[in-house]
Design a protein around this ligand. Structure first.
Ligand code: C5P
Length: 218
């Protein structure tokens, strides 16, 4: 067995965007770089944990010691996550597309004289919420929330709505997407702690410190 303070512990980390096809050439997605989630997976593996990183398409290489499972759609991400259970801890950093096309066209959608097509969308599964209410719920589930307004109020409500234990809120007005630095607030059942701006690796290391403390206490 590998050494390290998290040896023998199993983790699931989601990261990156999801990509939802509209037709064979077009898709719905977002600007998530995956950097924060990959940094967390790397920090966990460095401490000897068994880490499954379920990732949407990103430009990043799999961190060393991490088992990466690559997916594209939200439904694939959910299935890949459920296949990894049971785990001790799940950390959901993925920017999952809230919606997908109701019907995926089998051929390229054509420009016609009738004007632009109407896109009918349907809701995607909420992976974080699904993990929280799963029969094999991890002991600790950590969500992330990118907010642009009323960060604290919205993030506290989101923690409760999703059913996760901790929520890491970040204010994305400062354009955190693809950046190397992040400013976050860690919200648990009792308090909200503002962390100073730091690089995403430092956010990852401090979060993993907190997770270790939790696992020792529980
Ligand atoms: O509701 P919102 O998308 O802001 O919630 C963000 C949190 O929920 C993140 O942890 C994200 O990974 C997770 N999430 C998810 N599946 C979704 C939507 C969000 O796991 N469909």
């Amino acid at each position: 067995a590998r050494g390290g303070s998290l040896a023998g512990r199993r983790f699931l980390v989601t990261a990156g965007p999801t990509v939802e096809p509209l037709d064979p050439v077009r898709f719905l997605s977002n600007h998530s770089s995956g950097k924060q989630g990959y940094a967390i997976a790397e920090a966990l593996a460095f401490r000897g944990a068994d880490v499954a990183l379920v990732s949407g398409p990103t430009a990043l290489a799999a961190p060393s010691g991490v088992r990466r499972i690559q997916v594209s759609t939200a439904r694939e991400m959910l299935a890949a996550c459920e296949a990894e259970l049971p785990v001790d801890v799940a950390v959901c950093t993925a920017a999952v597309s809230d919606w997908r096309a109701k019907v995926q066209a089998t051929g390229k959608i054509k420009k016609t004289s009738e004007g632009p097509p109407t896109l009918e969308l349907i809701e995607n599964p909420d992976i974080l919420a699904a993990l929280c209410r799963h029969a094999q719920r991890p002991k600790l589930v950590v969500g992330f929330a990118a907010e642009t307004d009323d960060v604290l109020v919205n993030a506290k409500a989101k923690r409760i709505r999703k059913g996760c234990d901790w929520l890491v809120a970040n204010d994305v007005r400062q354009g955190v997407f693809g950046a190397d630095r992040n400013t976050v607030t860690l919200i648990d059942g009792t308090e909200a702690v503002n962390w100073p701006e730091m690089d995403k690796r430092s956010v990852a290391n401090l979060l993993v410190d907190r997770i270790e403390e939790f696992l020792i206490a529980h």
